[in-house]
Design a protein around this ligand. Structure first.
Ligand SMILES: Nc1nc2c(ncn2[C@@H]2O[C@H](COP(=O)(O)OP(=O)(O)OP(=O)(O)O)[C@@H](O)[C@H]2O)c(=O)[nH]1
Ligand SMILES: [Mg+2]
Length: 337
C-alpha cells in the first residue's frame, strides 16, 4: 500500500458497506509501517460502534473447518445475514501457506454477496496474529456484518487467541478409530463451548457417533462456565460435507448466546476481552519502548555495567531501570491518575 488513506474517509466508506474500502482497511491494520499504524488507529477510532456475533472455530488440520465454515456461512447468508470469514493462521508466517489462502476452498460462499472472506495475513510479527485479528474483527463489526466466523488451525497459541476474541468457541473433531479421545488437548477442550464431531456421514458415521458419545461423556466432567445453562458445553455430530446437523449446531449456538445474554455472561465476556486487549496493547507498547527507548537504553547500559562489575544486584538494577523509565512512561503523559 502506498500512502496511508485518510482514516475518516476510509471509515465512512467501510461503515457504508463498501467492500473494497474494507479490504483496504484490513490491509492498513495489517501493515507494520509506522504511518500506517497511526492511520489504522485513527480509522478504528472513527468507525461506528456495532456488534456482530463472533464465532471461533478450531480443530486439527483437515478436520473440516473450512467446509463447515462454508456450510454455516451459506446457511446464514441464506437467512439474509451478513457474514465475514476471517482466518487466524499461525503457520502462515513460516510456511507461506494460509488456511484461506486458496479461496477456491470456499468457492460457493465466496460467490455470496452477503459474505466477505479474508485470508490470513501473509506475514506476521511474533504475537502479532492475535492483535491484528482483533482489529480486523472490529473493522468487520464497523462494516455492519451480523456474524464473524474466525477459523484457526488447532496448533500452538492461536486457539487461545481466537477464544479470547470470540463470543462462542467451537471445536471440530474427526471421528476417531480407537476408544480414546485422540488428539484433543485438554486445554482446547476447556475453551470449547460446542464440540462438533464432523464427517458423521457414510462409512465414518458409526465412528463419529462413538466419538460423540466419548466426548459428550468427557464434557460432562467439566464444570459449566459461570452464567451458562445446564448441559453446556455440548457435543453434537455434523457432516459439513452433506450439510447435516449444521442448522442444529447453529440453533444450539443461538440457545447458548440467548442464555448468556440473559445471564449477563455475554457482556461480561466481552468486557473481559476488552480489558485483556487493553492490557496486551499496553504491554506491547511498553516492550516496544524498552527496545527503542533512548532514555531507558542509556540507563540500562550504565546499569548493565554496574551489574557486570558486581556493584549492584541484577534484581535491584532492574527495579532501578524501571524507575528511570517511569517519568517517560504513559503515566508521565498527563493521563488521569
Ligand atoms: N466425509 C466428509 N469429509 C469432509 C467433511 N468435511 C470436510 N471433509 C473433507 O475433509 C477434507 C478437509 O476439509 P477442510 O474443510 O479443508 O478442513 P480444514 O479443517 O479446513 O483443513 P485445514 O484448513 O487445512 O486445517 C476435505 O477433503 C473435505 O472435503 C465431512 O463432513 N464429511
Ligand atoms: Mg481450512
Amino acid at each position: 500500500m502506498p500512502d496511508a488513506p485518510d482514516p475518516a474517509d476510509l471509515a465512512a466508506r467501510v461503515a457504508a458497506g463498501d467492500r473494497r474500502a474494507l479490504s483496504r482497511a484490513i490491509t492498513l491494520v495489517e501493515s507494520t509501517r509506522a504511518d500506517h499504524r497511526e492511520a489504522a488507529e485513527a480509522l478504528l477510532a472513527a468507525l461506528p460502534v456495532r456488534q456482530a456475533l463472533r464465532i471461533g472455530l478450531t480443530g486439527s488440520p483437515g478436520v473440516g473447518k473450512s467446509t463447515f465454515t462454508e456450510a454455516l456461512g451459506l446457511l446464514l447468508t441464506g437467512q439474509g445475514l451478513g457474514v465475514a470469514v476471517l482466518a487466524v493462521d499461525p503457520s502462515s508466517a513460516r510456511s507461506g501457506g494460509s488456511i484461506l489462502g486458496d479461496k477456491t476452498r470456499m468457492p460457493r460462499l465466496a460467490r455470496e454477496a452477503r459474505a466477505f472472506i479474508r485470508p490470513s495475513p501473509a506475514q506476521a510479527e511474533p504475537g502479532g496474529v492475535a492483535r491484528r485479528s482483533r482489529e480486523v474483527a472490529a473493522l468487520c463489526e464497523g462494516a455492519g456484518f451480523d456474524v464473524i466466523l474466525v477459523e484457526t488451525v488447532g496448533v500452538g497459541q492461536s486457539e487461545t487467541a481466537v477464544a479470547g476474541m470470540t463470543d462462542v468457541f467451537v471445536l471440530l473433531v474427526a471421528p476417531a478409530g480407537g476408544d480414546e479421545l485422540q488428539g484433543v488437548k485438554r486445554g482446547i477442550m476447556e475453551l470449547a463451548d460446542l464440540l462438533l464431531v464432523n464427517k458423521a456421514d457414510g462409512e465414518l458415521r458409526p465412528a463419529a457417533l462413538r466419538t460423540l458419545a466419548e466426548h459428550a461423556g468427557a464434557l460432562r466432567l467439566l464444570r459449566p462456565r459461570p452464567g451458562d445453562p445446564e448441559g453446556w458445553p455440548r457435543a453434537m455430530a455434523v457432516s459439513a460435507l452433506a450439510g447435516t446437523g449444521v442448522a442444529e449446531a447453529w440453533a444450539a449456538v443461538g440457545e447458548l448466546v440467548a442464555a448468556r445474554r440473559a445471564s449477563g455472561a455475554f457482556a461480561a465476556r466481552r468486557a473481559a476481552q476488552a480489558v485483556a486487549w487493553f492490557e496486551d496493547e499496553l504491554r506491547r507498547r511498553l516492550l516496544a519502548r524498552l527496545d527503542t527507548g533512548a532514555v531507558l537504553s542509556r540507563a540500562t547500559e550504565r546499569l548493565a555495567q554496574e551489574v557486570a562489575a558486581g556493584r549492584i544486584a541484577p534484581v535491584r538494577a532492574a527495579a532501578a531501570a524501571l524507575a528511570a523509565l517511569a517519568p517517560e512512561g504513559p503515566a508521565g503523559r498527563g493521563l488521569p491518575a
